[in-house]
Design a protein around this ligand. Structure first.
Ligand code: PHE
Length: 344
């Protein structure tokens, strides 16, 4: 029995030594120290021993068990430590690595322009109004003094859904809608930005969809000089303090008189260059005094009230301000174009 116990001890200690992880060590512990292990078995067979042998073998069995337990415990601490160290090594973060760049988006240049125009006019007491993009014939044409036979109603120029329903061709219907809401009482002082649609073939300067910003001011005693003053203020706020404007006679069915408004060329300060085609001036918008018939149709007494209106293309403003050569850049969403409008 003595030999058997020594054999078991050597065998167990060898296995403890060989154990490479906590799990196989646990197997050794159960195998040699568990209730069904060989040492327990030896102790169970002690009944057959003589009275002198019994305490000696009993003592020895306990010593062997203690010796194995000490080694298993010690090895367990080592293995657990090793496991923690391995985990730490695997999960370590190299804080010296450069971070991954976070790329932020940017506002669309047309959004920037519309907001700038809005800001300029909000500062002059205007508020922002909106209207539907799918418009009825009445507001898009009729209420703006564009009678049934007007060429602008041509199927070639407008996107019609039905005889009565179309994609608005300008933001001017918002004028009529806004005046109607005021029920004949001034002042009306709004600007209306929005998408408009025309049956144009797309090229560098034409787009079947673009953005207009309409302005309308109706009150008692509104004069042409008010229009000029407001637009001059705007031109200086938007393009720069050194800019001038000039008005040229023009025609729109909904304004009388009507004007085309130019701003002095920022490239050559009015001297004449490639950008302004040597004229020193760049056309930026259409405007005029609201036609008395338009006032009347929207419920305003044209003997008491007068007003001015203007409309400009947001793309054109943006192209002039940022020197963009093709209107299609606004709609093709090339990030190389859009990223240039990131705020510094
Ligand atoms: N609606 C006109 C256009 O689309 C622009 C305009 C608006 C002109 C208001 C005069 C007054 O061309």
């Amino acid at each position: 029995m003595k030999e058997r116990l020594e054999e078991l001890r050597d065998e167990a200690l060898a296995k403890v030594k060989a154990a490479e992880d906590v799990k196989s060590l646990q197997e050794v512990r159960v195998a040699y120290l568990g209730k069904k292990g060989p040492i327990t078995e030896v102790l169970r067979g002690m009944g057959k021993l003589s009275a002198e042998e019994r305490p000696v073998i009993g003592q020895m069995a306990n010593d062997v068990r203690d010796a194995i337990k000490v080694e298993v415990d010690a090895k367990e601490v080592l293995l657990e430590q090793a496991a923690i160290e391995q985990q730490l090594a695997e999960e370590s973060i190299d804080v010296t690595l450069p971070g991954r760049p976070v790329s932020s988006g940017s506002r669309h240049p047309l959004t920037i322009v519309v907001e700038e125009v809005e800001d300029a006019f909000l500062g002059l007491g205007f508020s922002v109004a909106e209207g539907p993009e799918v418009e009825v014939d009445y507001y898009n044409f009729e209420a703006l003094n564009l009678p049934k036979d007007h060429p602008a109603r041509d199927m070639q120029d407008s996107f019609y859904f039905t005889d009565e329903l179309l994609l608005r061709t300008h933001t001017s219907p918002v004028q009529a809608r806004t005046m109607e809401k005021h029920e004949g009482k001034g002042p009306v002082k709004v600007i209306c930005p929005g998408k408009v649609f025309r049956r144009d073939d797309d090229d560098a300067t034409h787009s079947h969809q673009f953005m207009q910003i309409e302005g309308l001011y109706v009150d008692e005693h509104v004069r042409m000089s008010d229009l000029k003053g407001v637009l001059e203020q705007f031109a200086k706020a938007f393009f720069g303090e050194d800019r001038e404007i000039r008005l040229r006679p023009s025609f729109f069915p909904f304004t009388e008189p009507s004007v085309e408004v130019d701003v002095s060329c920022g490239m050559c300060a009015g001297k004449g260059c490639r950008i302004c085609k040597q004229s020193g001036w760049i056309e930026v918008l259409g405007a005029g005094m609201v036609h008395p018939r338009v006032l009347e149709m929207s419920g305003f007494d044209s003997t008491k009230y007068s007003g001015f209106a203007f409309g400009m293309g947001a793309e054109r403003l943006a192209m002039l301000k940022y020197d963009i050569d093709d209107i299609r850049h606004f709609y093709t969403n090339d990030v190389r174009f859009l990223a240039q409008f990131k705020r510094a």
